[in-house]
Design a protein around this ligand. Structure first.
Ligand code: UD1
Ligand code: CA
Length: 505
């Protein structure tokens, strides 16, 4: 099995330590034009904020502080889910990234030593890149080290200003940069590691003398350099790592890049991805070697796909486990377990609590929910199976409905081993069909069926002989009936075949 994030944590490179992590996530995200705070937009199965926290997570810092402001209630709620140990700190007014960092460090006054500060909107940042930055910082013994990257298009980003000796001198925001500085393609990634005490002192001195009138975190670089402190710049190997996400177009581009990374890793590990352009896999998903992902497949959340399984085409799996050699074709599957060699689809809808045992089958236009389907049992066509336990070797006839809802409460149905449920049976829960029993097609089963019995629960058929001739004279049906009568008369056939009788089978 291969998890996307596992590549970052190569066991050979132990993660260097930091005392604390600060994530800046209070900004409005105006350019997103969204009611949702920017850092809560999602890609690849995590929020922007979730990706940033995941990149810092292997450093196992003592304290993780997340600065919240815009949409803070929503951000705090999300944080409680994805990183309950993190401390949200409120920045009442968004006065700039420098102000946000200062507010964070004030909230943890006892924190000493190296602190990692990250923008909350860099979802492609990898743990390995952060670890390399922190490692370089420790190796050089710097007071502050800035993550940088050489990018093709630096538009809108802070530029790294280096001296003739190559040492970092300052960061200048694009809107404050000279035309010459704008030519520079080495940009500030918005990821920094620095000594907490030195950062506190420098942040106390930054001003708002810039185009936006904000307190810029980036100004601490120039201030510390001015003090003669050692300041470094560490260039990211992969410039994609540092890309921020400020509007929906960037969100789509980052999502594509992230997906490409996930699929590349899966393919390297032995997964067949037939069409990488239309296959989307969250970073939280695992897929084993020799699984096949057909075009139009989306694997989301805590989904896992085992060896030899085939998923797709046109299938979405969320929080679902697909076991060895199972197949899922053109289906929508949520919170289910698809057992070894089981088959699902085409056009099935499996809802949470569905568990298919080995070799079970759920076929076309079947919906299941909270349903266990035993080994080798089949629900081949047009059925609803809700709140059910089905034993092994059973067959559920076409158009069967597990009638689980009485308008107030849900009830359970139990179907035993090797049962044959006739087509169009209504199983009105709570009800049990014993091992080896049958139900007649079209039955409405409201009482338990003992093992081995045939349950017939439908009206007797009554044929009203000659009705069409009398009530629909002159119609094609009447003419066809009369022709049949003439043929029967000529052949001397049993008159009941055309005149009607009790025909219960
Ligand atoms: C910032 C950097 C820029 C860098 C770029 C990388 C500054 C001044 N500039 O620019 O050099 O190239 O990131 O993507 O830092 N935030 C707060 N409170 C605030 C303001 C911002 O928490 O008052 C947070 C935002 O939520 C965001 C981060 O700080 O996560 C950066 O702010 P943003 O407005 O996105 O800065 P950029 O203009 O992208
Ligand atoms: Ca940004």
């Amino acid at each position: 099995m291969i998890a996307q994030e596992s590549s970052a944590a190569a066991p050979s490179s132990p993660f260097p330590a930091v005392a604390g992590v600060v994530v800046l996530a209070a900004g409005q995200g105006t350019r997103m034009r969204s009611a949702t705070p920017k850092v809560l937009h999602t890609l690849g199965g995590r929020s922007l904020l979730g990706h940033v926290l995941a990149a810092a997570e292997p450093l196992s810092a003592g304290a993780t502080v997340v600065v919240v402001g815009a949409g803070r209630a929503l951000v705090e709620e999300h944080l409680a889910q994805v990183a309950p140990a993190a401390l949200p700190v409120v920045q009442e007014q968004q006065r700039g990234s420098g102000h946000a960092a200062a507010v964070a460090l004030e909230a943890v006054p006892d924190l000493e030593g190296p602190v990692l500060i990250l923008n909350g909107d860099a979802p492609l940042l990898r743990a390995a890149t952060v670890a390399a930055l922190v490692g370089a910082h420790h190796a050089a013994g710097s007071t502050l080290t800035v993550l940088t990257a050489e990018v093709d298009d630096p538009t809108g980003l802070g530029r790294i200003v280096r001296g003739a000796d190559g040492a970092v001198r300052a960061i200048v925001e694009e809107r404050d940069a000279t035309p010459e500085q704008r030519e520079n393609r080495e940009i500030n990634a918005g990821v920094y590691v620095g000594d907490a005490a030195a950062l506190r002192r420098a942040l106390a001195r930054i001003g708002t003398d810039n185009d936006q009138g904000e307190l810029y975190l980036t100004d601490v670089v120039g201030l510390l350099v001015g003090d003669g402190a050692p300041v470094g710049g560490f260039v990211a190997q992969d410039p994609d790592d540092v890309l921020g996400c400020n509007d929906r177009r960037e969100l789509a581009a980052r999502r594509r890049t992230l997906n490409d990374r996930v699929l590349d890793e899966l393919m390297r590990s032995g997964v067949t991805v037939v069409d990488p352009q239309t296959t989307w896999v969250d970073v939280t998903v695992t897929v084993a070697a020799d699984a096949v992902l057909e075009p139009g497949t989306q694997l989301q959340g805590a989904t896992s796909v085992a060896a030899g399984a085939v998923v797709g085409p046109d299938t979405t799996l969320l929080d679902t486990e697909v076991e060895e050699r199972a197949t899922v074709v053109r289906s929508h599957v949520l919170g289910a377990v698809v057992g070894p060699e089981a088959s699902v689809g085409p056009f099935s809808y499996l809802r949470p609590g569905t568990r298919l045992a080995r070799g079970a089958k759920v076929g076309a236009f079947v919906e299941t929910k909270n349903a266990e389907v035993g080994e080798g049992s089949k629900v081949p066509h047009l059925s609803y199976v809700g709140d059910a336990t089905i034993g092994r070797g059973a067959n559920i006839g076409a158009a069967t409905v597990f009638v689980n809802y009485d308008g107030v409460a849900k009830h359970h149905t139990t179907v035993g081993d090797h049962v044959r449920i006739g087509s169009d049976t209504m199983l009105v829960a709570p009800v049990t069909v014993g091992d080896g029993a049958y139900t007649a097609a079209g039955s409405v089963i409201t009482s338990d069926v003992p093992p081995g019995a045939m349950a017939v629960a439908r009206a007797h058929q009554r044929n009203v002989g000659g009705w069409v001739r009398r009530r629909r004279p002159g119609t094609p049906a009447a003419e066809a009936a009369e022709a049949a009568q003439r043929r029967a008369d000529a052949a001397g056939t049993d008159p009941s075949e055309v005149s009607g009788a009790d025909t219960e089978k």
